[in-house]
Design a protein around this ligand. Structure first.
Ligand code: TLP
Length: 348
């Protein structure tokens, strides 16, 4: 059992720093990053900007802070953001864009593959009218967490960017798992980032860094985001100690995400054969998938039964559990997890 004694499939956020990260953290050169004097943070930002093909980058405390700082940089009070009704920004970030930024969310339906239909986006863009907020940003999510970890393609992203730009809007990508999307499609992450005006990537999920995300975009955008990060309390001082782990994440941990995808697939295929469980295998493409429990089975009871067998998952609602593979889940863990899922069906 790999993570604190559990086969813990609740999230890739649970990953712990590798030995190489811990060493790099110990050895990190630091300075005061609010004065822009932390050499390790500067190295991380430069490396990430180059990797993603953007002019500049900003190290932020979390994905949530990165998305919020991006929205604050792109839009002001009374402006509107078009986003998916199942997006992380809309569902899981406390409505921060509205609560803290006065920015109005305009949700449009996420399709099962995580996309927003182009015609829905276009219909949601406001014409100039004194009654309306002003549309400023379209936000996509890649991979899409609540839509089965679906990766969005380059042509789709480009089509959304073209539409947004035609109407004078910016495109933001919540790319907390952008590298999973890239690996799943066998393309460089920079190709997925290219059409967007801003991108957030997380270091602390599948890449296993303990803390941190990055925001990427033009130099002017990053300067605005840097101001936003400060007012959000995200101006960090000797942050090089955590940025050092981020550098290891970006240089050593991207390619191995493919293993997480293979293991998720193997587990999903096994679960799909178990009576009472349903998995849409078509949609299992990265490290996140959802399992539907046929009624009257209850997801919370099944979660507890799995726990008794050493496996942890998240119950999303009465009929759905989420499974996420990551750095601490081995082939043996998958074998054991398959046994546990089968055994727990008899207990719950
Ligand atoms: N996702 C977490 C939870 O918040 C749900 C998880 O366990 O999956 N964007 C996306 C697409 C995310 O999945 C997450 C975290 C974030 C942003 C926020 O990142 P953090 O947790 O660093 O604020």
């Amino acid at each position: 059992m790999s993570l604190n004694g559990w086969i813990d499939l609740r999230s890739d956020t649970l990953t712990q720093p590798t030995e190489a990260m811990r060493r790099a953290m110990y050895e990190a050169e630091v300075g005061d990053d609010v004065y822009r004097e932390d050499p390790t943070v500067r190295r991380l930002e430069a490396y990430a900007a180059d990797l993603l093909g953007k002019e500049a980058a900003l190290f932020v405390t979390s994905g949530t802070q990165g998305n919020l700082a991006a929205m604050l940089a792109h839009a002001g009070r009374g402006d509107e953001v078009i986003l998916g009704d199942r997006s992380h920004i809309h569902i899981f970030e406390q409505g921060g864009i509205a609560a803290l930024g006065g920015i109005h969310p305009r949700p449009v339906p996420n399709q099962p593959d995580g996309t927003l239909r182009l015609e829905d986006i276009e219909a949601a863009i406001r014409p100039e009218n004194i009654h309306f907020p002003r549309s400023r940003v379209v936000a996509l999510e890649n991979t899409h967490n609540l839509c089965h970890g679906s990766p969005l393609s380059v042509p789709y992203t480009r089509a959304v960017a073209d539409l947004a730009h035609r109407h004078g809007l910016q495109l933001h990508i919540d790319g907390a798992r952008l590298f999973n999307a890239a690996i799943a499609q066998g393309i460089p992450a920079r190709a997925l980032a290219a059409p967007a005006d801003s991108v957030m990537i997380s270091l602390s999920k599948g890449l296993a860094a303990p803390v941190g995300s990055l925001l990427l975009g033009s130099r002017a955008f990053i300067e605005e985001a840097r101001r936003a990060r400060k007012v959000l309390g995200g101006g960090m001082r000797q942050a090089g100690v955590i940025a050092a782990a981020g550098l290891v994440a970006l240089t050593q941990m991207i390619d191995r995400l493919a293993e997480d995808h293979v293991r998720a697939r193997r587990l999903a295929e096994a679960l799909a054969t178990m009576p009472g469980l349903r998995v849409d295998l078509e949609r299992v493409k990265t490290n996140i998938f959802y399992v539907y429990l046929e009624p009257p089975r209850d997801a919370h009871a099944y979660r507890e039964a799995l726990k008794a067998h050493g496996v942890r998952v998240l119950a999303m609602d009465a009929h759905t559990i989420r499974v996420v593979t990551h750095y601490h889940i081995t082939d043996d863990d998958i074998t054991q997890a398959i046994r546990a899922f089968r055994a727990a069906l008899h207990d719950a």
